[in-house]
Design a protein around this ligand. Structure first.
Ligand SMILES: [Zn+2]
Ligand SMILES: [Zn+2]
Length: 354
C-alpha cells in the first residue's frame, strides 16, 4: 500500500489512518479528520516554504550562544536568561538555580510583547492590591517577599483556529395579548439550522506547566498588535520561562475554547427567539495556525501553610490577578475583637436601659 504521511493540521504531528473509524487520527492532540476534510484542508493550505533570511539566522545563532538555561533542583522549573541577566533563584519556589547550559533554537520565540510596566510600577501595584485586602500575613508584603516579584516572559502559544460549525435547534417565539376578557398566547416553533466556517483568532495558551492556567487566563487580554519580532535586547533584565508544554499538549485547551467561541456565535445568531433548544451540534477545529510568543508577566509566588499562592500582573496592560493568602491569626483576632466589641456594646446598652 502506498503510504502518504499527512501532518495533523492542528498540531503538526503525523496522522495515523484508523481502519475501524475510516478516518485520520492524531495520537498527540486527539483530532480526527475524514478523507474529504483532509483534502479540503490540503487544498486551502498550500505548503508554505519558509525562507530563513541571513538576519534571522544571525539572531538564531546569537540566541543560542548567549542564552543560558537555569534549572531548579527543587521543583524542576527551567528558565532562560541572557548572559547579562544571570538567574540566581527559582522564580517559582525560590530555591537556588544552577546554570545547565545553552538553550536550543526551538525555544526562540517568533514574537514578543515587550514589558510596559517596569519593576517600580509593578511593586506599587502590588502594594496597592495588598492595601485593599485585610488579613494578609505581614510577611506577604514584606520587602524580602517583594524581592521575589520577577519580570517573567511566559511562553505562550497564540493560535488562530479554523473551524466548521453546524448546529440544529428548535426555536420558539411566544406572543401574548389580551382581547376583551380573553388572554391569548401564540407559540410559533421554528426549525433552525446553522452551518458556518468560523475563524477564532488570537486564542492564547501558556506552555508553562508550573504556572496556573486560570491565573494566566485572568490576565487576558494581551494586545497582539504590539507584539514585535523577537530580538535579544527584550530579554535583557528579564527571565523567560522555557516551555515544557508543546503545541500538542496545549491543543485540548485551545480546542475547548475555540469550540465554546463557535457555540456562542451560533447561539447569538439565533437570539431573536424567546427560547432555543439545541438538538444537534457539531463543531470541529479543522486547522490551527500557531505563533510562539513571549508575553510579559510580573510574577510572584508565596508559600503559606503548605500552599503556594500565585500573584501576577499583566506586564503590558497592568491587569492584576491572584489569590490572596488569608492569615488565620489576623482573621480570628479580628473576629474575636469584633465579638468582644459587640458584647461590650450589648453590656452598655443593657446598663443604659435598666
Ligand atoms: Zn494533532
Ligand atoms: Zn523551583
Amino acid at each position: 500500500m502506498e503510504s502518504v504521511a499527512f501532518k495533523c493540521p492542528n498540531c503538526g504531528a503525523e496522522l495515523v489512518f484508523s481502519a475501524a473509524e475510516q478516518d485520520f487520527r492524531c495520537e498527540y492532540c486527539q483530532s480526527s479528520f475524514t478523507k474529504s476534510e483532509m483534502d479540503s484542508i490540503a487544498a486551502t493550505q498550500a505548503e508554505k516554504v519558509e525562507q530563513v533570511s541571513e538576519a534571522q539566522q544571525q539572531l538564531a545563532d546569537e540566541f543560542q550562544s548567549t542564552t543560558g538555561v537555569y534549572v531548579c533542583q527543587s521543583c524542576g522549573a527551567e528558565v532562560m536568561a541572557d548572559d547579562n541577566t544571570a538567574a540566581t533563584f527559582c522564580y517559582y519556589c525560590h530555591s537556588p538555580v544552577i546554570l545547565q547550559g545553552r538553550v536550543s533554537g526551538e525555544y526562540q520565540p517568533a514574537k514578543v510583547i515587550p514589558f510596559k510596566i517596569d519593576r517600580n510600577g509593578a511593586v506599587g501595584m502590588f502594594r496597592d492590591w495588598c492595601k485593599k485586602r485585610w488579613f494578609l500575613p505581614n510577611d506577604f508584603y514584606s520587602d524580602s517577599q517583594i524581592e521575589k516579584l520577577v519580570g517573567l516572559y511566559v511562553p505562550f502559544w497564540v493560535t488562530d483556529c479554523h473551524n466548521s460549525a453546524d448546529m440544529e435547534a428548535l426555536g420558539k417565539k411566544v406572543r401574548t395579548w389580551t382581547s376583551g376578557d380573553t388572554r391569548y398566547t401564540e407559540t410559533k416553533e421554528y426549525a433552525i439550522k446553522r452551518n458556518a466556517t468560523v475563524v477564532v483568532r488570537g486564542l492564547p495558551a501558556d506552555g508553562a506547566s508550573h504556572i496556573d492556567d486560570q491565573l494566566m487566563e485572568a490576565l487576558e487580554p494581551f494586545d497582539y498588535q504590539q507584539a514585535a519580532p523577537f530580538a535579544m535586547q527584550y530579554l535583557s533584565g528579564f527571565l523567560a520561562e522555557k516551555y515544557d508544554l508543546n503545541m500538542a499538549a496545549v491543543f485540548p485547551r485551545v480546542q475547548k475554547r475555540a469550540v465554546q467561541a463557535c457555540d456562542q456565535l451560533l447561539r447569538a445568531s439565533a437570539k431573536d427567539y424567546s427560547s432555543l433548544s439545541v438538538t444537534h451540534s457539531d463543531i470541529k477545529v479543522l486547522s490551527t495556525e500557531w505563533q510562539y510568543m513571549m508575553l510579559p508577566v510580573w510574577f510572584m509566588t508565596y508559600r503559606y501553610q503548605d500552599k503556594t499562592y500565585e500573584f501576577a500582573i499583566n506586564g503590558q496592560t497592568a491587569k492584576l490577578a491572584g489569590e490572596p493568602p488569608l492569615s488565620r491569626f489576623k482573621f480570628w483576632a479580628f473576629t474575636i475583637g469584633l465579638s468582644m466589641a459587640a458584647a461590650l456594646l450589648a453590656g452598655i446598652v443593657g446598663v443604659f436601659f435598666t
